[in-house]
Ligand binder design. Structure first.
Ligand code: SF4
Length: 255
């Protein structure tokens, strides 16, 4: 099949770090060819399949045993690594077992308990307000719809997506964090930097049952290969399927 007819190979001829015998490596550049909607969807499915094979154990890296724990852990994960959140919640979840526990603790005590996660004053306020909302509107239980979750104090669409997808197994959206946003751009699946728009661009490209897993896969890949500091395209299994939008080639070593 000619490369022009194969959407999976659409970018192969100009992928640096992906040498094709007999052809020169062409430097990365913004996509100049027009990719049809069906070609982009086929490419997205190829990317998904490779990521599934590359990261077969991809999962939510926040520790939790129930929806309330995941809700709290997700609020704590803002501007903080999941590893640090897990260290803090190991003790936190032994002390606080219900929405009432979070709603009735003093601001100062909760701040002390979550201090290592950073921004602890705002996070403590959000958690206490969220817990009060749960008590007032849902009998202390975490609801399982997007509409109800985003009405809780301190809960936005991203947090709601994390809880719905991972605690309830409900795919209503794609979690867009810094890794997902960056990879969606580099892979040419979005031109936007706005998380809501990125999510809207990603959803039609991937099967709904994979939306939660997709975010985990992109996060794994964003931590390991396509990092913010450098995209390691030369070792990336997505190389033949990636237009590398905005990616600069690695600087040549001085001899
Ligand atoms: S490292 Fe990132 S930019 Fe480079 S080929 Fe892989 S996904 Fe694309």
């Amino acid at each position: 099949m000619d490369v022009d007819e194969d959407p999976h190979q659409l970018f192969a001829t100009r992928a640096w770090g992906c040498n094709v015998p007999g052809r020169r490596i062409i430097r990365p550049m913004a996509t100049t060819r027009t990719e049809s909607a069906s070609q982009k969807k086929a490419r997205a499915l190829a990317v998904l399949e490779i990521l599934k094979q590359t990261y077969p154990g991809a999962h939510c890296s926040l520790d939790f045993k129930n929806p309330l724990e995941l809700l709290v852990a997700t609020i704590l994960s803002a501007q903080c690594t999941d590893e640090r959140v897990n260290k803090v919640t190991a003790d936190l979840f032994r002390k606080y077992r219900s929405a009432k526990d979070y709603a009735t603790v003093s601001q100062e005590e909760l701040e002390t308990d979550i201090q290592p996660t950073g921004f602890f004053r705002n996070k403590a306020r959000s958690i206490r307000a969220m817990a009060n909302s749960l008590l007032e509107k849902h009998g202390g239980q975490v609801p399982n719809t997007m509409e109800e979750l985003v009405e809780l104090a301190g809960v936005g669409r991203k947090t709601a997506n994390v809880v719905l997808g991972n605690a309830f197994g409900i795919n209503v959206g794609v979690v867009v964090d810094t890794h997902v946003g960056r990879l969606a751009q580099r892979l040419g699946f979005t031109k936007s930097k706005d998380a809501v728009k990125v999510e809207q661009d990603l959803m039609p490209l991937f099967p709904q049952e994979d939306w939660t897993l997709l975010a985990h896969l992109l996060i794994y890949h964003g931590r390991k290969i396509c990092t913010a500091r450098r995209a390691f395209c030369e070792t990336c299994p997505l190389n033949p399927h990636c237009p590398k939008i905005g990616v600069k080639p690695p600087a040549k070593k001085k001899v």
